[in-house]
Ligand binder design. Structure first.
Ligand SMILES: Cc1ncc(C[n+]2csc(CCOP(=O)(O)OP(=O)(O)O)c2C)c(N)n1
Length: 587
């Protein structure tokens, strides 16, 4: 009989941390990592919080570790770029209580702006890394990661990928351990104050700790050899191991559960016990180049370096074409992402389009403004970049006759994450940008997390809401105004006035995410006789509005939330309220 609890990889990491006695979790949301902290906070006797960004999350964790408790930090791969600064130096300081960082990579960019292979970070920052290949390992490896962190005095990365984080598997769960009572706090500047004299000593110490970790890697059961047919030996790790087992069930496999440091002796032994040594891995040729630098002869094998790996791709690399290795069906109708009916961002984009703005954009639901029918975004690079890029663009074009106004567009969570520093820069350097903060009262894109602007904490309490007007005033920005983006005329007017003004100004487009509405307004419908098929309402790109065979507009009352934006763009009074309002639930 099959037993166990069905958990996703993310849930299993949370459970593993809890079983390891972790009482503190901190992170910043980001697909595919988000559910880790969301499921951790549901476990008994824990404290968890969303930090405004990943750097702060890791710093909070570093403080908790300094305080002697075990702490879990969670983020997606790009978050580790933001947290890289403390990470590199935390390798030197080492830890107090065990410090484990769940980093979820997103090969194939299901919901990310780039692909990164976080295994490189472990080698670069000189911290240990473990890499589960399913939910069971996610739980076990996370528990072990805390042991390793304390035993070798080092932060440990648990590296996951979308398929491991989001697939579910049966997991044997256990109980939590009760951590020993904390002794009196003792200062230790030689370990924790990384000024050059101390850092130089810790740098040498770090190499000693890494050597001890290499010895550990040679014997740990995190790494294992599965000998089968010895003509081919495959070195692999993470989810690639699952694909290898499916595509090449007879091959011998060296499964690395520890991605850094690597067990040189064991890998060398394995290489000499197989006919042909190959590496199968997703994303960067991290293992392949490591094995080559160990002097091992790795056979060439064509593995795609972009996107996700699959059993079919591995089978093809080995010249197999078994029917069970077919790629997933790819002739499904495309479903491009859209802003929801009643999304307040749509009103802001309508107004931006009206003033023909050049939009330096940012990351969130509002990035959808880049797609038709809005097609109103000129750049989107990373969280927080919109504000600095607007300033840079204006510097670059200051001598030319810039015909179109430049507007930085950023969401509320993203503003708190890393937009604020950009605003400080413009205020400090006397720039004249217009910054539009699209405050929909939630971190919508990653599934409705609280953030400093709405004051909702992960513990379910309500704290204070960051006051943008007061913040701007402290920065010396006197032109700050708040507009309801559903009021299209007011939105256009605000943008016209602020972009015409020769100085820095901030417009807060404030209205809750449509999915937060507990009750919708009266839905609207189209009066067929009045509609003259001009298409203006369809140009809003609202999924509730479609074109009939006669070219006239039609509104799906079951999804219309009555935001009235279409009513405002209609020049023929053809859209009118209908029927009773209905309860659409909400969060
Ligand atoms: C460094 C980094 N961390 C996390 C993410 C994941 N992420 C993308 S958008 C976003 C927040 C969007 O929230 P907000 O700015 O409020 O816009 P909304 O989706 O609500 O419109 C997050 C957390 C990311 N892309 N990069």
């Amino acid at each position: 009989m099959v037993s166990g609890t069905l958990l996703s990889g993310n849930e299993a990491v949370a459970r593993g941390a809890w079983e390891a006695g972790v009482k503190v979790g901190v992170g910043y949301p980001g697909t595919p990592s988000t559910e880790t902290l969301e499921s951790f906070v549901k476990l008994p006797d824990v404290y968890a919080e969303w930090a405004p960004n990943e750097k702060v999350a890791l710093e909070v964790a570093a403080g908790a570790s300094l305080g002697g408790v075990r702490v879990l930090v969670t983020m997606k791969h790009v978050g580790l770029n933001v947290a890289a600064d403390p990470l590199f130096t935390l390798a030197y300081t080492g830890v107090g209580g065990g410090l484990v960082i769940l980093v979820a990579d997103d090969p194939g960019m299901h919901s990310s702006q780039n692909e990164q292979d976080s295994r490189n970070y472990a080698r670069f920052a000189k911290v240990a890394l473990v890499e589960p290949s399913d939910s069971g390992e996610a739980l076990e490896f996370t528990k072990q990661a805390f042991e390793l962190s304390e035993r070798f005095d080092i932060p440990v990365i648990v590296r996951s990928t979308t398929r491991v984080s989001h697939s579910k598997g049966l997991v044997e769960t256990g109980d939590t351990i009760t951590p020993a009572a904390l002794g009196e706090y003792v200062s230790d500047p030689s370990k924790w104050v990384m000024m050059p004299a101390m850092a130089r000593r810790r740098r040498v110490d770090l190499d000693d700790r890494l050597s001890a970790l290499v010895d550990f890697a040679e014997t740990t059961s995190l790494n294992r050899v599965e000998m089968r047919d010895s003509s081919i030996g495959i070195v692999t790790s993470g989810v690639s191991y699952q694909y290898v087992r499916e595509a090449m069930p007879e091959a011998s496999v060296f499964k690395l559960g520890m991605g850094f440091p690597l067990p040189v002796k064991r890998l060398t032994e394995f290489a000499s016990s197989v006919g042909r040594l190959v590496v199968v891995e997703e994303a960067d040729p991290y293992l392949e180049s490591s094995l080559r630098s160990m002097g091992l002869e790795v056979s060439e094998l064509y593995i795609p370096r972009t996107g996700e790996l699959s059993s079919a791709a591995i089978g093809a690399a080995f010249g197999l074409s078994a029917p069970q290795l077919r790629e997933a069906i790819d002739d499904l109708p495309p479903r491009p992402p859209l802003m929801c009916p009643g999304c307040p961002h749509r009103g802001a984009y309508h107004a931006l389009r009206k003033i023909n703005a050049i939009v330096t954009g940012d990351i969130g639901c509002y990035t959808l403004g880049a797609l038709p029918p809005m097609s109103s975004m000129d750049s989107c690079v990373c969280m927080g970049a919109s504000i600095g890029m607007a300033h840079g663009l204006e510097i670059a074009r200051s001598d030319s006759n810039m015909k179109r106004p430049v507007v930085a567009v950023i969401g509320d969570s993203t503003f708190a994450h890393s937009g604020m520093a950009g605003l400080v820069d413009i205020a400090y350097n006397g720039g004249a940008s217009t910054v539009a903060i699209l405050d929909n009262r939630i971190t919508a894109m990653t599934g409705h997390q609280g953030n400093p602007l709405n004051g909702q904490t992960l513990m379910g309490t309500k704290s204070r809401e960051l006051n943008i007007e007061a913040l701007c005033s402290a920065l010396g920005i006197d032109r700050v105004r708040t507009v309801d983006p559903h009021d299209l005329a007011a939105s256009v007017q605000a943008l016209r006035e602020e972009t015409a003004h020769d100085g820095l100004s901030v417009i807060v487009f404030k209205a809750p995410c449509a999915l937060l509405l507990k009750e919708k307004e009266l839905p609207f419908s189209v009066n067929d006789e009045m509609c003259n098929a001009c298409g203006l309402c369809i140009g809003l790109g609202c999924p509730a509005i479609s074109k009939t065979s006669t070219g006239k507009a039609e509104i799906d009352v079951t999804i219309c939330v009555g935001c009235s934006q279409c009513v405002q763009v209609c020049r023929y009074d053809a859209i009118e309220a209908t029927g009773p309002a209905c309860d659409i639930g909400g969060v």
